[in-house]
Design a protein around this ligand. Sequence first.
Ligand code: C2E
Ligand code: CA
Ligand code: CA
Length: 579
Amino acid sequence: MRVQYDEIHEKLAIIEKSQERYKLSLDSTNDAMWEIDLTTKMFSSSNRFNNITGYDKEVANPIENIIKLVLEEDREIVINDFIDLINGGILYYQCRLKLNFNGIDNRWFLIRSMCLRDTRGVAIKIVGSILGIAIQRNFEEEINKLKYYDILTDTPNRKLFISTLENEIIKSKGTYKQIKLAILFIDLDNFKEVNDTLGHTYGDELLINVANLIKATMAEGDLVSRVGGDEFFILMKSIKDYSKVSRLCVKLQSLLNCAIRIDNKHVYTSASIGIAIFPNDGYDTNILLKNADTAMYSAKNNGKARYSFFNESMSSIIVRRAEIEKGLRNALENNEFEMYYQPQIDIINNKLKGFEALLRWNSAKLGKVSPAEFIPIAEQSGLIVSIGEWIIKMVCLQNSLWKSKGYLYDTIAINLSGIQLQNDDFEENLKNIINETKINPKFVELEITESIFMKDFERSIKLLTAIRELGITIALDDFGTGYSSLSYLKRLPINTLKIDKSFIDNIDTNEREKVIVDGIILLAQKIGLDVIAEGAETKNQIELLKGMGCNQIQGYYFSRPLSACEIEEKFLSTNCINC
Ligand code: C2E
Ligand code: CA
Ligand code: CA
């Protein structure tokens, strides 16, 4: 019995000591103190407490009043926590709470308290402190904002978007209702140009405007998020069918595919939108976002300023594109390219005018890939610059070799992509190749398309004039398919117009196209340009072209593009030694 008594006494002494220490530690801090006497139901507090909360000491029913400092929505939880504290369920209470400051304003406080007990363990007092943490809390809010929001457009960022989407997916999986979600991926079509030509301030203003337009278009509960430079995501919740999504896309595009006014300037913009639907296009956030991205890509590839719902066939197109791009990166190194040559015939004098050099790619992994498929990818990925340089070198070398053998023809034409010409080193590189390969520039022709003049007209004119001064001739390819503005044709430093195959295809069946070709030929002759028709396949087409005064023709009728050896064998020499 004595032992038990001593044990209890010892324990109580420890408790009292720790309570004593707790009181002391509270007293020495900056915190404002308060205390509730559970026996008398009295609430007492330090002056500091009254100052920072505006609590009136003299008030009747102090406990009821003190509870009113806690915001209504938190009251039940706080009361339960304190009951827990009194019952011994928790030893210390610590919580960040918004309190009614001075009855006017809500501010953040850190509340700490503990329960004091008598020697029998019965709760007698709750003592505590409060500390204003307004500054820290605002700081935290600020940090949260930085973490989860895009500062420029004040929209949730990718992180917040993804966690919201994940939550919505979990919620829908948990219900029996067929809840569908739509994820829209919006990408501006010409943002880079706005940034490059008008500057970043306009670019930023444009993004803010676009974000505001999107926000104004969305239904309540939907979420918009800027997730990258000019990319936005929209999450549409609980959609029943696709038509609601289509309607939003049409509305968005009517607002975004137009001129947006910024600082008295009109900035022309358009957007491509890709859409993936949960659960039809994927059950998982990553797959849904990837599919929305694929659908957006598809909308862009189909001519921009449009929207596309994801479908499975799109992925295979994207995968193929990625494979081609990957293959192209190693194609030069692996020696997978070869130049083919297609003869161009002077039908009046019945002699060889020259050749067009056409690139062929026999990929180790993908087999033969058509240039119509891989050239656009090489252009978009910028790979055309190094591939293009290789083409010029190879063709000039071949040209030089054939000329050294004394073969008779005027020129070999090399196709140029706009991107090659945009490269500042283009002219210098061309001159170097001409010197290295020792080709007389008069045997070299360059084929360009009208699109290169759209980018920077004056610069292109200057560059091409300089190139022509070297003695190189220039042909305008695919004439008739582009802008074909006749008024500026006279200003272009070109020698030849190449009438596009699509016109030649129909000259023997479609009177209108025949008249157009006739007109082009007349016009070219008037302004002193040569004309060549490409893609002639039948004798009838040749006769008609001849009748219209077109004396140069390239097409399967004479020959398909052939390897250098075959060309040498069939068109240049009667006994080819190298083959
Ligand atoms: P392009 O410059 O318009 O070349 C003419 C295309 O028409 C060639 O296709 C040629 O084989 C084809 N063609 C010529 N005559 C006929 C015909 O009578 N019937 C038919 N059906 N087709 C005919 P290819 O070689 O497949 O090239 C396609 C496009 O790829 C070219 O169109 C050009 O834009 C691009 N390309 C080809 N080689 C190069 C190159 O070395 N550099 C660059 N930048 N682009 C190239
Ligand atoms: Ca061409
Ligand atoms: Ca062409």
